[in-house]
Design a protein around this ligand. Structure first.
Ligand SMILES: [Ca+2]
Length: 266
């Protein structure tokens, strides 16, 4: 038989109240974003004409989406040599953008054309297309989620089956919204996003848009490799099978495999 002891009740309530206050305080003041630098593990050749807008690595294969009117492509690239293995050229009026693997399909965005393309990942044959509002920038998927950026601080989620929009979140850190979100990659549940015209990658909690960290890749492309046409860092690919992380940039002659180094640990 359970005897209810009235005297015990206030203590339980007090303890739960303290716990709830603690949870609320923790929610209001998230930890500051962690800061990371990098170590180059290996450097590979990269097509210096490739205006990289999307990069992904799965099942031992490297795929890239390149932009520019008249120069946009979807391509499979040999990692070791940088050689194009197979390629689909987009029409003159299309500017290629973000790229993601969803099941056995590659999905590619265009910049201002409001149309995305779906390809058979084995052959790069076009198997479909879809429409969306506004601009297309970055795209990433872990198979269950498809995340899209449009150059603002807003991320959209697309239904993996229909590629229709299913929700939006805002990305923000202690200093406010993080705008200019570009090429994307899901890395073990954290969304990495190139920030337009910077050497920094924002590390984002895709559940709530909270900025969890910064990866600073300043200086990764040596000055000797820079040309007049070389533009900014843009392109992140993570191989979930091995944990390898690759980065490159627009018209960069090199692609780098890197490891993260916690700031202050160098
Ligand atoms: Ca990517």
């Amino acid at each position: 038989m359970i005897v209810f002891d009235r005297r015990a009740r206030p203590r339980v309530l007090a303890a739960s109240t303290v716990f709830l206050c603690w949870v609320a305080a923790a929610a209001e003041t998230p930890p500051p974003p962690a800061e990371y630098g990098y170590r180059v593990v290996e450097s590979f050749p990269h097509d210096p004409e490739a205006f990289t807008q999307g990069l992904l690595f799965r099942y031992g294969r490297l795929f890239e989406s390149t932009g520019g009117y008249g120069t946009s492509t979807l391509r499979e690239v040999d990692l070791e040599t940088g050689r194009v293995v197979r390629e689909r050229r987009l029409g003159e009026g299309l500017f290629g953008e973000g790229l993601a693997l969803v099941g056995d399909r590659l999905v590619q965005l265009t910049w201002r054309e409001g149309v995305g393309f779906v390809y058979d990942a084995g052959t790069l044959r076009t198997v479909g297309s879809f429409a969306y509002e506004g601009e297309g920038w970055g795209l990433a998927s872990d198979g269950e989620r498809v995340v899209m950026s449009d150059g603002t601080a807003t991320l959209r989620f697309l239904d993996p089956a229909t590629l229709e929009e299913s929700g939006r979140i805002q990305v923000a850190g202690p200093e406010g919204p993080v705008a200019g979100l570009n090429e994307l990659e899901l890395v073990g549940g954290v969304l990495y996003a190139n920030v337009w015209r910077t050497d920094r990658i924002a590390m984002i909690d895709p559940e709530n848009g909270r900025l969890r960290g910064w990866l600073d890749l300043a200086g990764i492309l040596p000055v000797v490799f820079r040309r007049e046409t070389t533009a900014e860092l843009n392109g992140i690919a993570h191989d979930p099978a091995t944990g390898r992380l690759f980065v490159t940039g627009k018209r960069w002659p090199r692609l780098f495999e890197i490891e993260l180094v916690a700031a202050g640990a160098e």
